[in-house]
Design a protein around this ligand. Structure first.
Ligand SMILES: Nc1nc2c(ncn2[C@@H]2O[C@H](COP(=O)(O)OP(=O)(O)OP(=O)(O)O)[C@@H](O)[C@H]2O)c(=O)[nH]1
Length: 280
């Protein structure tokens, strides 16, 4: 089934803004989702990393499988990429701040920009890093125009809108929808996206882990049958008593993105996300 790629105008504008910013910054911090670090990375950050240091922050560590997160951190280390994993709701930035201070020019505060796909945790990261009293900085010639800068202890951070890699295919957008980084209702509907999600979990042998909180026996069931069982279990019914598959899909995806299904990582360094049907 052909699906449209969701790449609205504000993201194109954000990408332009970021490119303009690149000569004013010292460091790029890319926030990636620990549940899918490869899907939520962008070719844009690796382009910038050719001439600016890149620090990778894996967000939502509390929602990801701990062993998988350790494997990703070790994967980055082997490739010389500095990376940390945080539960951004309760972060401990010690090692990250130390690395940041080493990148500081001797004559002024180090300037960083925080980039990442929508909903990955950029705002929460920025707020936690700068502190509760985060307020924008104004009036720094040549720096503050057109972008919001926040002052931290020894650093200045520019925020950026969520950017999805313009080259990302439809399959990546669907995975972002599972993670709540892209809107399922816009790119294909919850029913459709939830079926993709269930098919992917099945292919990765993650179905039983994911659905264990609901005690659903999935043996021999296809994704649409599984979604029907979930819909009945959660009371997503039409007035005629049929399962409302759109509501069931939304309930499943909400449960995954909020961590109700437990700590699940969708891809591993040795087996990154690959589409079941890459029509991008
Ligand atoms: N459990 C958990 N939730 C997180 C974490 N990081 C971010 N979130 C939640 O994820 C959601 C999105 O976080 P934001 O900081 O708004 O994400 P963003 O990247 O700024 O989003 P955009 O503005 O859409 O680009 C919020 O509900 C956060 O509370 C984390 O480490 N753990």
């Amino acid at each position: 089934m052909a699906r449209t790629v969701w790449y609205p105008g504000h993201m194109a504008k954000g990408l332009r803004k970021l490119k303009e910013l690149s000569d004013k910054i010292d460091v790029v911090v890319e926030v990636r989702d620990a549940r899918a670090p490869d899907v939520t990375s962008s070719s844009f950050s690796s382009d910038i990393a050719k001439f600016k240091p890149l620090l990778v922050v894996l967000s939502k560590k509390d929602l990801a499988d701990d062993k998988a997160t350790a494997a990703w951190l070790s994967h980055y280390k082997k490739r010389g990429i500095s990376a940390w994993a945080f539960n951004l709701r309760r972060p401990s930035f010690g090692g990250f701040l130390k690395a940041l201070s080493k990148l500081s020019p001797p004559y002024r505060d180090v300037r960083l920009v925080v980039v990442g796909v929508p909903n990955v945790g950029k705002s929460l990261f920025l707020n936690q890093l700068v502190g509760k009293k985060a307020s924008t900085v104004g009036g720094v010639p040549g720096v503050t125009r057109g972008v919001s800068w926040y002052k931290g202890k020894g650093f200045m951070v520019a925020d950026s809108p969520g950017i999805v890699d313009p080259k990302a295919g439809a399959a990546v957008h669907r995975c972002l929808a599972w993670l709540a980084g892209s809107r399922s209702d816009v790119i294909g509907g919850y029913h459709d996206i939830a079926l993709d999600f269930l098919a992917y979990l099945k292919e990765r042998d993650l179905l039983d882990t994911a659905l264990s909180p609901w005690g659903i026996d999935t043996a021999g069931l296809e994704p649409d049958e599984i979604l029907k069982v979930i819909g009945r279990r959660l009371g997503c019914l039409t007035s005629g008593g049929e399962v409302d598959m759109e509501r069931a899909g939304k309930a499943l995806l909400d449960s995954f993105s909020s961590g109700k299904l437990g700590k699940i990582t969708l891809e591993l360094p040795e087996r990154p996300f690959c589409s079941l049907e890459d029509d991008g």
